[in-house]
Design a protein around this ligand. Structure first.
Ligand code: PLP
Length: 524
């Protein structure tokens, strides 16, 4: 059986797989729930006011002529509908979320408490600067921490996510090249192991993207990269630690070569939690790097945000960063450097990325997280994230193919593949089996450099007991996949929905509900 040092023991499998279906479709306290349109009716309403006098409409010919078509439900029906749906969500507050490259980790409630203090939560971005000195102080203090932790020169706080930060960094690089009269540098080199947002960002900013291959141990092929450098190369974008969960040991050498060839180095720092307090990207020659506050510095994420992706900048790039930014004056007062003053202070800025100053709630959470950990605590974050990932890697390498395990320890995430599974079994089957075991699946089929990849990022916040339970579950599923257990092919058996046609859903998404009559007509 699995490594079980913490004393956690698997219980007997849940009964119910062969039970007769229930009258309601519910499975014990796991309740089925139809769409709200299927339970409510446009004929009923949750309120019983008598119709009042209808005031004259001022909408002119914009007045709605057909009924709005919203289902009417009582308050209790509405509350139950959404509560039932909420119980079908998997969440970091329910269990381990091993998604690689996502850093789904516990968000200490202290950060929430601080972010919700009225003095922070209720400020308005258009308030006069003198009335929000505390909020600006938080932004400024966080900026100072980010600069210090990364060994960089400046930071743009306003980007609202990792990918948005990448765009910010690439636009700063573009502005710097144009200022030098080298706008003809149009190529951005992106290693195969990069996160998908990197090539997308470079293409979006008008650059041509060229792939750089990975070598056999999952890192950038440095020789191939050096060979490609030249007068048409604007920048390289390197994820470090990369999406194989490995540290790019040659980064300093790569930076020196890129600089010598007249280009800039963009580092994707979304995985900063693996190195925070241990490595300063500025020392590795990085010119621009985004930090995902919603990953490294906690904060809930997933489900569309909110995120925050500040970008630290080297001395060479800082003058080209976006507005606005904060600056602490000699008298302690914090000034917001906006367009109006930029003529003198920041003439080379590429412009503005967002309407206001960024995600205030994220800034407060991140600063609360940083201050509650302290410098030594942050270092421990990186050490624990790496320790946990290596614990997962070494506990499973005997049962799962681990393509880079021979290359030494991993960083914050462990990578496995489906090599060795019985014919017809793949990563998706292991993922579906994990759902039956009560876990959100790991990242699947990414990064592309590993066939049938399974990328597991346990993060530093999981206990050894939680890791042991997860390892036991993945071990059991892997053993079933290797043995060709047919019931794994139809997993999950205990979830409200089993295998969906994901290709059909992606190719022909049905985004609006239509009454069954109309659906039947459409099918004819
Ligand atoms: C998460 C992530 C991103 C993108 O960040 P978003 O906030 O989702 O835009 C980019 N690169 C890496 C390596 C990541 O892990």
């Amino acid at each position: 059986m699995s490594i079980n040092a913490s004393g956690w023991k698997p219980t007997s499998p849940v009964a119910g797989g062969n039970a007769a279906p229930t009258f309601t479709g519910n499975k014990a306290l796991m309740l089925e729930e139809p769409l709200i349109f299927e339970i409510g009716s446009t004929e009923t309403t949750g309120v019983d006011f008598a119709g009042g006098d209808v005031a004259g409409s001022r909408l002119g010919d914009l007045t709605r002529t057909a009924p709005i078509g919203l289902p009417g439900l009582s308050e209790q029906e509405t509350v139950r509908h959404y509560t039932r749906l909420s119980r079908q969500n998997y969440a970091i507050d329910l269990g381990l979320f091993p998604l690689g490259s996502c850093t789904m980790k516990h968000n200490p409630r202290l950060n929430e408490k601080v972010a919700r203090m009225p003095g922070f939560a209720d400020v308005h971005p258009l308030q006069p600067v003198d009335t929000v000195q505390g909020a600006l102080g938080v932004i400024n203090e966080l900026a100072v921490w980010l600069i210090k932790l990364t060994g960089m020169h400046g930071v743009a706080m306003s980007p609202k996510a990792g990918a948005h930060g990448e765009l910010c960094g690439i636009l700063a690089i573009k502005a710097a090249l144009e200022k030098r009269g080298e706008g003809h540098r149009k190529v951005v080199l992106v290693p195969e192991s990069a996160h998908g947002t990197n090539p997308a960002t470079a293409a979006f900013a008008g650059f041509t993207v060229e792939d750089i291959p990975a070598n056999a141990d999952g890192r950038v092929d440095t020789a191939a990269l050096e060979a490609r450098l030249g007068p048409d190369v604007a920048a390289v974008m390197i994820t470090n630690p990369n999406t194989c969960g490995l540290f790019e040991r040659d980064l300093k050498r790569i930076s020196d070569a890129v600089h010598a060839a007249g280009g800039y180095v963009y580092c994707d720092g979304a995985n900063f939690n693996a190195i925070v307090g241990r490595v300063r990207p500025g020392d590795l020659g990085v010119d621009a790097m985004h930090i995902n506050l919603h990953k490294t510095f906690s904060t809930p994420h997933g489900g569309g945000g909110p995120g925050s992706g500040p970008v630290v900048l080297s001395e060479a790039l800082a003058p080209f960063g976006p507005l606005p930014f904060t600056a602490r004056m000699a008298d302690g007062h914090i000034q917001l450097i906006e367009e109006e003053t930029a003529g003198d202070d920041h003439p080379d800025t590429f412009g503005r990325m967002v309407a206001f100053h960024g995600q205030m709630g994220m800034f407060t959470r991140a600063l609360a997280y940083i201050l509650s950990h302290g410098a030594d605590g942050l270092k421990q974050v990186a050490e624990d994230a790496v320790l946990n990932a290596n614990y997962v890697l070494r506990s499973l390498e005997d049962v799962l193919d681990a393509p880079f395990a021979g290359a030494g320890p991993c960083m914050h995430e462990a990578i496995f593949s489906d090599k060795g599974f019985a014919a017809g079994f793949s990563t998706i089957d292991a993922a579906k089996g994990l759902i039956d075991e009560g876990f959100h699946p790991m990242t699947m089929y990414f990064p592309l450099v590993v066939h049938g990849a399974m990328l597991v990022e346990p993060t530093e916040t999981e206990s050894r007991a939680a890791l042991d339970q997860f390892i036991g579950a993945l071990r059991s599923v892997a053993e079933r996949a290797k043995a060709g257990d047919p019931s794994l092919k139809t997993a999950p058996h205990f979830a409200p929905r089993a295998r969906l046609d994901e290709t059909l859903a992606a190719r022909k998404p049905i985004l609006t509900w239509k009454p069954p009559v109309q659906q039947a007509e459409a099918a004819e």
